[in-house]
Design a protein. Sequence first.
Length: 395
Amino acid sequence: MITLDEALMCAVAQARPLGDELIEIDAACERVLAERVTARGQSPRAALSAMDGYAVHEADLTTVPVTLPVAEAIFAGASAPPPLARGTCARIFTGAPVPAGADRVVIQEDVRVEDGAAVFDRSPSGGRHIRAAGSDFESGETLLEAGRCLDFRAMVALAAADRDRVRVYRRPRVAILSTGDELVEPGRALEVPGAIAESVSFGVAGLVRAWGGDVVRRARLADVPEALEAAAEAALAAADMVVVTGGASVGERDYARSMFASSGLEDVFTKVAIKPGKPVWVARAGTRLVVGLPGNPTSAMVTARLFLAPLLAGLAGRDPLLALAWRDAILATPLGAVGPRETLERARRVDGGVAILGNGDSGAQAALAEADVLIRRFASAPAAAAGETVQILDF
């Protein structure tokens, strides 16, 4: 049995990008760049008006008031207008190209219109309200670096670079296998004596999607060795990672590892000195990863957050350590002493810090909906009073 830090570093070492693919920009949001994005051209391509108003030669406004005939109206998207003659102005709108010779846009609120001419009662001051050509970025300039997640802000820069396709890291395909004769699909448990509504796979599937993966299969399996082995083989053929829940203890029907025996399973680690979640394990079956999570819901989701999140992040092209961003917080409620294993307490943010949840049982499910952080308590740590500093991880 290894420590939490040792197990996390083992997981991080396995979290390498799966490869890349070229996709349409419409499908790129929340994907991770596998290349630098450089601008195909400069922006703006020409000088543009930053306001609705009147383009002028500033020299024509040295003596005011002055009346200038309006030579033309220029709208956004127009082709380059002819140069602006001295002694005239042009009605111009935000985003429209500024005619050559014009060196200021006077906002419309500062201009009166009489008989179709523009009247300027005072000399302009402040900004010129013109966006110079290339003032945002130049042709060939790097706008986004490889490894950047294409969030909603980055998507704007990607489109501005005039790119219709982009190379991104492939999203890991994940199969989720839930084992246990006692489990049934939600909606049937009350009608089946001794049955339990299978819940863990739905939480795992949500976590997979949140950390950059695609769920390609979700199956509930009875404890029948032949069926489990067939399901394991099919899952490995369809996915980059297989997550199996339950069957990770030492009972007579714990088949989580043996179902992969024919695939030549190679351990990354087995069992971690943590509570909850000691039975968690990670292995390789050739190029595929296999993650074994405990069957108890809280244990499963805590270990999924600790190990599955960084694995998925790394496979999808992100830095896996971003999934392990521990930070300090103030304890709002007291905590008891810790036993010989590191303990991950489920807690929630409150005014002034984090508060422990009342039900810490490894099978608790209702409390999971309240928990939004994990508190890390080191092995043999003494009791902690409210007001002390603890390490937390977003849950």
